[in-house]
Design a protein around this ligand. Structure first.
Ligand code: PHE
Length: 424
């Protein structure tokens, strides 16, 4: 107990000499910790007389408090030093250019969907949507495709298990059910497009079980085929960015339109490439027709009062054509390298008018290899109006017009094909 003053001096100078927090903590334990020197002195108090306690008690307590205070002060000082050291060594140079960002991009199909939507909204259409899990009624029956119709088989439909009433829901095989839903939801006139996912049980380089279509429907009084033709011509000119695009309507069959046609655009096949808007060849891009009066009756519209047209095309297919993408499956393989190559910058405006200002090099409107590579031996039983990717049908080869099973074309339609001039 004797020399409390010199003990205090010794401990406090030890504390002040600490130059890191670990050292300070060790010192704290050895001086004021449970078995530390100061604690042992405190213990001695218990053995003292009341008189002695009176003298040493306050002294010892004072010593303990001063030591605790100087430990706290030293701790704060060391922490501040440590912080300053880190601030100094980890200083951020905000003048350095930032590391390149990993930026997402717009999928080519989304880009095409936006672009098609933009064109049609400029033409006065609005966008309608419907469920991908559909009822047989909307997908087939109301569209004048009765249960025994071959188109139902040709669609290779994905069905769900039967419910308790024996009904089976299905994944919609085309976007045409949105026509029915639109017409049942309110009175005419209608001027809608319905872009969206569609499903058929099919998979190879030109078919994927899920693909995208866009359907258009116009119903009003006095709508005729001239309106349909103008609309399609206008769309093609804008989408393919050519005023001189050639368009051909080939008679065809769809249960929900009468008369029906398939639309070909003029193109050239040169050195394995398809050049759109040039040459004397034809490439099928969509199915269309005047809405069958039976369909109008199915939705309680009077065909003598209302008429209209519909057309449908494959978005993936026109994306393939536009960007020269040869294999449809690549669209959905989620390969980042591929998406980087074909994707569009996140803020890209899907507008034809702004495309030329875009800094990203865009491929010309041609398709290399791809379409043409599926060319040989066209499967005439399949129509392409759903816009599945193209296969070419050689001059004089089976086309819809010559060999196809016309009763099942169109709605079955998996592979649009190119028809050479004069093939029909
Ligand atoms: N629904 C048709 C198909 O999937 C395309 C189509 C739509 C044809 C509208 C004519 C009119 O093949």
């Amino acid at each position: 107990m004797e020399d409390l003053q010199s003990l205090e001096t010794e401990i406090i100078s030890g504390i002040n000499a600490c130059n890191d927090l670990g050292q300070l903590e060790n010192l704290r334990i050895s001086e004021v910790g449970k078995k530390g020197r100061v604690s042992l002195l405190m213990r001695e108090l218990g053995r003292m007389t009341a008189e002695e306690k009176k003298t040493f008690g306050p002294k010892l307590n004072g010593l303990k408090t001063r030591i605790a205070n100087s430990i706290t002060d030293q701790k704060t000082k060391l922490e501040q030093q440590e912080l300053n050291r880190r601030l100094q060594s980890e200083r951020i140079d905000i003048t350095l250019p930032s590391a390149p960002e990993q930026c997402g991009s717009i999928h080519p199909v989304t880009q095409v969907m936006d672009e098609v939507t933009e064109i049609f909204t400029e033409l006065g259409f609005s966008v309608a949507e419907g469920p991908e899990i559909e009822e047989d009624f909307y997908n087939f029956t109301a569209l004048n495709i009765p249960p025994e119709h071959p188109a139902r088989q040709m669609h290779d439909t994905f069905y769900f298990p039967e419910d308790e009433n024996g009904n089976r829901k299905l994944l919609r095989t085309h976007t045409s059910p949105v026509q029915i839903r639109t017409m049942m939801a309110g009175p005419p006139p209608y001027r809608i497009i319905a872009p969206g996912r569609t499903y058929r049980c099919d998979s190879d380089a030109t078919h994927t079980p899920m693909f995208h279509q866009v359907e258009a429907l116009v119903i009003d009084r006095n709508i005729h085929m001239g309106h349909l033709k103008w609309c399609i011509e206008e769309f093609c000119a804008r989408f393919f960015e050519r005023d001189d695009i050639k368009i051909r309507f080939r008679p065809s069959y769809f249960p929900f339109t009468e008369p029906s046609a398939e639309v070909d655009i003029g193109c050239a096949f040169r050195d394995g490439e398809i050049l759109i808007g040039e040459g004397d060849d034809w490439l099928e891009i969509m199915g269309c027709g005047m809405v069958n009066p039976r369909v109008l009756e199915n939705v309680n519209l009077d065909p003598d009062e209302y008429q209209g047209f519909a057309f449908g095309m494959g978005l993936d297919r026109i994306a393939m054509l536009k960007w020269g993408i040869p294999d449809l499956r690549d669209f959905f393989a989620a390969d980042l390298r591929w998406l980087k190559h074909y994707g569009f910058a996140a803020l890209d405006i899907p507008s034809l008018s702004t495309r030329n200002k875009d800094t990203r090099a865009k491929p010309p409107i041609r398709q290399k290899g791809g379409g043409a590579s599926h060319a040989s031996g066209g499967d005439s039983s399949r129509s392409g109006s759903d816009g599945r990717p193209p296969h070419q049908i050689k001059k004089g080869g089976a086309s819809h017009a010559s060999g196809g099973n016309s009763s099942s074309e169109g709605t079955s339609g998996s592979s649009p094909h190119q028809t050479k001039k004069g093939s029909k």
